[in-house]
Design a protein around this ligand. Structure first.
Ligand code: RB5
Length: 149
């Protein structure tokens, strides 16, 4: 069970802004705590500017899990996955959110703000946060993800 005293960093561009606001509002009402890295409006911005701070904080171990969004979720997940200690998973339904915790030990969920309904997205975040890594055969697999230069 996720400890709701752990703060969740969250970031998005304009394409994920409405979803970010919905997630913060809906899940705050359930006791979750957020640190909002922006963006703060629908004004067009570059997703990388708002995803890097979230991914950097996860990479440095400042938070356990993070939540990121953009219109498609693609740019957000690509940006976050540049960090060695980040495993960001682009998810679009409940089963994806569950599986990426069970099998990939993902520490960031990336959401496509323009392609999923907000209610499902909030549920996905809840499932993501409350599903434990299965370990076992998946440990070697995630250890082989990183490519040395
Ligand atoms: C912004 O229009 C859009 O390109 C962005 O939110 C995202 O989908 C990029 O991957």
């Amino acid at each position: 069970m996720f400890d709701k005293n752990h703060v969740l960093p969250v970031g998005s561009d304009h394409g994920g802004f409405e979803l970010k606001q919905y997630i913060i509002q809906t899940l705050s009402a359930e006791g979750y705590k957020f640190k909002d890295f922006g963006t703060n409006s629908n004004k067009s911005v570059d997703y990388s500017d708002f995803i890097h701070p979230v991914a950097k904080a996860i990479n440095e171990g400042l938070f356990k899990f993070g939540i990121i969004m953009c219109g498609s979720g693609q740019g957000a997940s690509m940006t976050a996955n540049k960090y060695l200690n980040v495993r960001a998973a682009l998810c679009w339904d409940l089963e994806q959110a569950r599986l990426t915790r069970l099998h990939n030990n993902a520490n960031i969920i990336a959401l496509p703000g323009r392609f999923i309904d907000f209610e499902t997205a909030a549920e996905m975040v809840d499932v993501f946060l409350n599903t434990d890594f299965e370990g076992g055969r998946h440990i070697n697999r995630i250890n082989k993800i990183t490519v040395a230069d």
